[in-house]
Design a binder for this molecule. Sequence first.
Ligand code: HEC
Length: 126
Amino acid sequence: MNRFLFFLMVGLTFLGACNPEKVLSNKEMEKSKEVTSAQLKLADGKTVYEANCAGCHESGVAGAPKPGDKAAWSERIAHGGMDMIIKKSIEGLEGNTGVMPPKGGNENLSTADITHAVTYMIGTVK
Ligand code: HEC
Protein backbone atom coordinates (compact mmCIF):
# COMPACT_ATOMS: atom_id res chain seq x y z
CA MET A 1 0.00 0.00 0.00
CA ASN A 2 1.39 3.45 -0.74
CA ARG A 3 2.18 5.89 2.04
CA PHE A 4 -0.55 8.37 1.19
CA LEU A 5 -3.27 5.75 1.42
CA PHE A 6 -1.88 4.49 4.70
CA PHE A 7 -2.01 7.95 6.33
CA LEU A 8 -5.46 8.57 4.90
CA MET A 9 -6.73 5.41 6.55
CA VAL A 10 -5.12 6.24 9.88
CA GLY A 11 -6.73 9.70 9.71
CA LEU A 12 -10.15 8.26 8.97
CA THR A 13 -9.86 5.87 11.88
CA PHE A 14 -9.25 8.76 14.26
CA LEU A 15 -12.13 10.74 12.82
CA GLY A 16 -14.40 7.75 13.29
CA ALA A 17 -13.41 7.60 16.98
CA CYS A 18 -15.02 10.93 17.81
CA ASN A 19 -18.61 10.10 17.23
CA PRO A 20 -20.74 13.29 17.60
CA GLU A 21 -23.71 11.32 18.92
CA LYS A 22 -21.72 10.40 22.00
CA VAL A 23 -21.39 14.03 23.15
CA LEU A 24 -23.46 14.37 26.31
CA SER A 25 -25.69 17.30 27.23
CA ASN A 26 -24.71 19.32 30.31
CA LYS A 27 -27.39 17.66 32.39
CA GLU A 28 -26.21 14.21 31.45
CA MET A 29 -22.65 15.23 32.24
CA GLU A 30 -23.70 16.32 35.75
CA LYS A 31 -25.50 13.06 36.26
CA SER A 32 -22.57 10.97 35.11
CA LYS A 33 -20.27 12.95 37.42
CA GLU A 34 -22.48 12.17 40.43
CA VAL A 35 -22.50 8.51 39.58
CA THR A 36 -18.77 8.58 39.12
CA SER A 37 -18.04 10.07 42.53
CA ALA A 38 -20.40 7.64 44.22
CA GLN A 39 -18.77 4.77 42.35
CA LEU A 40 -15.35 6.10 43.29
CA LYS A 41 -16.26 5.99 46.97
CA LEU A 42 -17.47 2.45 46.57
CA ALA A 43 -14.31 1.56 44.66
CA ASP A 44 -12.19 3.15 47.43
CA GLY A 45 -14.15 1.24 50.03
CA LYS A 46 -13.68 -2.00 48.14
CA THR A 47 -9.92 -1.47 47.99
CA VAL A 48 -9.67 -0.69 51.72
CA TYR A 49 -11.96 -3.59 52.50
CA GLU A 50 -10.06 -6.13 50.44
CA ALA A 51 -6.70 -5.10 51.90
CA ASN A 52 -7.73 -4.74 55.56
CA CYS A 53 -11.09 -6.22 56.39
CA ALA A 54 -11.80 -9.16 54.04
CA GLY A 55 -9.58 -11.49 56.09
CA CYS A 56 -12.28 -11.65 58.75
CA HIS A 57 -15.38 -10.20 57.15
CA GLU A 58 -15.42 -12.17 53.87
CA SER A 59 -16.02 -15.49 55.59
CA GLY A 60 -17.55 -14.14 58.79
CA VAL A 61 -14.70 -15.12 61.16
CA ALA A 62 -15.85 -14.92 64.81
CA GLY A 63 -19.22 -13.56 63.70
CA ALA A 64 -17.83 -10.64 61.69
CA PRO A 65 -20.80 -9.42 59.61
CA LYS A 66 -20.31 -10.19 55.90
CA PRO A 67 -20.56 -7.57 53.14
CA GLY A 68 -24.08 -7.17 51.82
CA ASP A 69 -25.62 -9.28 54.62
CA LYS A 70 -28.59 -6.96 55.05
CA ALA A 71 -30.03 -8.77 58.06
CA ALA A 72 -26.78 -8.73 60.04
CA TRP A 73 -26.12 -5.09 59.20
CA SER A 74 -29.59 -3.74 59.79
CA GLU A 75 -29.53 -5.28 63.25
CA ARG A 76 -26.26 -3.49 64.00
CA ILE A 77 -27.41 -0.22 62.45
CA ALA A 78 -30.54 -0.39 64.60
CA HIS A 79 -28.35 -0.37 67.71
CA GLY A 80 -26.71 2.98 67.17
CA GLY A 81 -26.77 4.00 63.55
CA MET A 82 -23.98 4.41 61.04
CA ASP A 83 -22.07 6.85 63.27
CA MET A 84 -21.83 4.31 66.07
CA ILE A 85 -20.81 1.54 63.68
CA ILE A 86 -18.04 3.66 62.22
CA LYS A 87 -16.90 4.78 65.69
CA LYS A 88 -16.71 1.17 66.81
CA SER A 89 -14.75 0.10 63.73
CA ILE A 90 -12.24 2.85 64.50
CA GLU A 91 -11.97 2.11 68.21
CA GLY A 92 -12.38 -1.63 67.93
CA LEU A 93 -15.07 -3.66 69.62
CA GLU A 94 -15.72 -6.73 71.63
CA GLY A 95 -19.09 -8.13 70.71
CA ASN A 96 -21.09 -11.24 71.54
CA THR A 97 -19.22 -13.43 69.09
CA GLY A 98 -15.73 -12.02 68.82
CA VAL A 99 -13.28 -9.16 68.93
CA MET A 100 -12.44 -6.71 66.21
CA PRO A 101 -9.17 -4.80 66.58
CA PRO A 102 -9.22 -0.99 66.16
CA LYS A 103 -9.40 -0.12 62.42
CA GLY A 104 -9.20 -3.85 61.71
CA GLY A 105 -5.60 -3.75 62.88
CA ASN A 106 -4.29 -1.10 60.47
CA GLU A 107 -3.82 2.15 62.39
CA ASN A 108 -2.79 3.98 59.20
CA LEU A 109 -6.35 3.97 57.92
CA SER A 110 -8.15 7.32 58.03
CA THR A 111 -11.71 7.89 59.19
CA ALA A 112 -12.65 8.31 55.51
CA ASP A 113 -11.06 4.94 54.65
CA ILE A 114 -13.06 3.25 57.38
CA THR A 115 -16.25 5.05 56.37
CA HIS A 116 -15.83 3.98 52.74
CA ALA A 117 -15.03 0.40 53.70
CA VAL A 118 -18.08 0.20 55.99
CA THR A 119 -20.22 1.77 53.26
CA TYR A 120 -18.94 -0.82 50.83
CA MET A 121 -19.74 -3.66 53.23
CA ILE A 122 -23.21 -2.43 53.92
CA GLY A 123 -23.72 -2.01 50.20
CA THR A 124 -25.17 1.49 50.25
CA VAL A 125 -23.67 4.84 49.33
CA LYS A 126 -23.95 7.56 51.95
C1 HEC B 1 -9.35 -9.70 62.99
C2 HEC B 1 -10.63 -9.82 62.34
C3 HEC B 1 -11.29 -8.55 61.82
C4 HEC B 1 -10.77 -7.62 60.95
C5 HEC B 1 -9.41 -7.62 60.25
C6 HEC B 1 -11.82 -6.63 60.75
N1 HEC B 1 -12.92 -6.94 61.49
FE1 HEC B 1 -14.61 -5.86 61.62
N2 HEC B 1 -15.38 -7.20 62.96
C7 HEC B 1 -14.75 -8.36 63.36
C8 HEC B 1 -15.63 -9.11 64.26
C9 HEC B 1 -15.32 -10.44 64.90
C10 HEC B 1 -16.81 -8.33 64.39
C11 HEC B 1 -18.06 -8.67 65.18
C12 HEC B 1 -17.83 -8.62 66.65
C13 HEC B 1 -19.10 -8.93 67.39
O1 HEC B 1 -20.10 -8.22 67.19
O2 HEC B 1 -19.09 -9.86 68.18
C14 HEC B 1 -16.61 -7.15 63.56
C15 HEC B 1 -17.55 -6.15 63.42
C16 HEC B 1 -17.42 -5.07 62.56
C17 HEC B 1 -18.42 -4.04 62.38
C18 HEC B 1 -19.76 -3.94 63.08
C19 HEC B 1 -19.65 -2.96 64.18
C20 HEC B 1 -20.89 -2.86 65.01
O3 HEC B 1 -21.22 -1.74 65.43
O4 HEC B 1 -21.55 -3.86 65.25
C21 HEC B 1 -17.93 -3.17 61.44
C22 HEC B 1 -18.60 -1.94 60.89
C23 HEC B 1 -16.63 -3.65 61.06
N3 HEC B 1 -16.34 -4.79 61.75
C24 HEC B 1 -15.83 -3.01 60.15
C25 HEC B 1 -14.55 -3.44 59.80
C26 HEC B 1 -13.70 -2.74 58.87
C27 HEC B 1 -14.08 -1.46 58.14
C28 HEC B 1 -12.55 -3.45 58.79
C29 HEC B 1 -11.33 -3.13 57.95
C30 HEC B 1 -10.77 -1.82 58.04
C31 HEC B 1 -12.67 -4.59 59.69
N4 HEC B 1 -13.91 -4.55 60.26
C32 HEC B 1 -11.68 -5.54 59.91
C33 HEC B 1 -13.51 -8.79 63.01
C34 HEC B 1 -12.64 -8.11 62.16
